[in-house]
Design a protein around this ligand. Structure first.
Ligand code: AMP
Length: 364
């Protein structure tokens, strides 16, 4: 999509994946006068509520992918685990970002190697392809640590925390390629979210301090505090180099641990990110709108933070059923519900963003 003119209003954006990120991308796209068509296997595809058309077909259905692509002027994704074979069924000149970003980010080993080459520091890690590798990894990396499947994990799924070598004996190798990482002692976690335009311009949003529970994000806070502020430039430098090296177009997220000895890279997501939901009300231009602008070749919007403090919290599981009560709270909280049919435990159902011109917010 590099050399073409900006997409005119009425053009069609294809979105691979049907979750809340796709829904919020489509909402931003529709506001700019575009149409969206989604594609994902059958399921609770909440992006379909906002798309003009939605293909519920498998990732292996080449004919359906071709039919979908034939209706699109650009194709992007909201889900980083779209199989590469599905992306490769879409004509390359329609795709933004470049699928190389997916290839790197879909595998925890390859993303770590990629950023290490650019000078980033990672937790000590070892590849684990067998029971024996696992035992060697425990010896080499030590405990405590986390065994993670190399691919397809999200929100803490596909992860096993290991407190001691003794405990490791009770954990069975899951039979698919994994990575074993040493546990990082961090003060806080933060993310760097950037947008890169077709001509290579890069803008960063402010970094939020992120709190996770059980591997899932629960809260993003701004300002992120002095430690993150002292480390963010180094982290941005890695993120900028990553985006440039991938010829990236759109929104890219890198997650870091802020440790006493500087930022430690955790993982990247070649897409809009949960820790950037605050940008909808809190920044001059949201991550969703800037992703759409970037992939459509429009000028990027400013990323400045518009409030002194911002608190974004996820609404998880059955809490969504009573979430409308949030609307009567003082301070005009901004409620977003994703329209998911089933409020399962541990499932992200929505989020609420509280903004303030004064600095005061609480940890959950
Ligand atoms: P991930 O899926 O790799 O982003 O992991 C989810 C969350 O688990 C992270 O945001 C951290 O809160 C925690 N976590 C993952 N890896 C590590 C690690 N090596 N050291 C400490 N905490 C970790």
């Amino acid at each position: 999509m590099n050399d073409t003119a900006p997409l005119t209003p009425g053009s069609t954006i294809g979105i691979l994946g049907g979750g809340q990120l796709g829904r919020m991308l489509a909402m931003a796209a529709v506001q700019l006068g575009y149409r969206c068509i989604g594609y994902a296997p059958a399921g609770d595809n909440v992006a379909a509520d906002v798309c003009t058309d939605f293909f519920e077909n498998g990732w292996g259905d080449k004919a359906a992918l071709a039919a979908f692509a034939s209706q699109c002027d650009v194709v992007t994704w909201e889900f980083e685990n779209v199989p590469l074979s599905a992306v490769e069924a879409i004509p390359a000149d329609l795709l933004a970002p470049d699928p190389r970003a997916l290839e790197v980010a879909q595998d925890r080993l390859s993303e770590k190697r990629f950023v290490e080459e650019l000078g980033a520091r990672c937790a000590p890690y070892a590849r684990v392809d067998s029971e024996d590798d696992f035992a060697r990894a425990i010896d080499r990396v030590g405990t405590p640590g986390i065994l993670k499947t190399a691919r397809d994990g999200y929100d803490g799924k596909g992860q096993w925390r290991i407190a001691s070598a003794h405990e490791a004996e009770g954990v069975r190798f899951p039979g698919r390629p994994c990575i074993y990482e040493g546990m990082v002692e961090f003060e806080t976690e933060f993310s760097v979210i950037l947008v890169r335009g077709r001509e290579g311009t890069v803008h960063f949003w402010d970094s939020s301090a992120n709190t996770h529970e059980g591997g899932m994000l629960v809260q993003s806070l701004l300002p992120a505090g002095p430690l993150v502020e002292a480390q963010v430039e180094k982290a941005r430098d890695i993120a900028r180099q990553t985006a440039n090296a991938l010829g990236y177009i759109g929104v890219l997220t890198l997650e870091f641990f802020a440790t006493k000895s500087g930022p430690v890279f955790n993982e990247m997501a070649p897409r809009v990110h949960n820790s950037g939901h605050w940008t909808i009300e809190g920044a001059a231009t949201s991550q969703f709108e800037n992703h759409i602008r970037a992939v459509c070749g429009l000028p990027l919007g400013g990323t400045e933070t518009r409030f002194a403090s911002i608190d974004m919290r996820n609404i998880v599981g059955e809490d969504a059923l009573t979430a409308h009560t949030i609307l009567s709270e003082p301070g005009e909280p901004h409620l977003h519900l994703y329209g998911k049919r089933e409020a399962r435990d541990g499932r992200k159902m929505g989020h609420v963003t509280r903004v303030s011109h004064g600095v005061s917010h609480e940890k959950p």
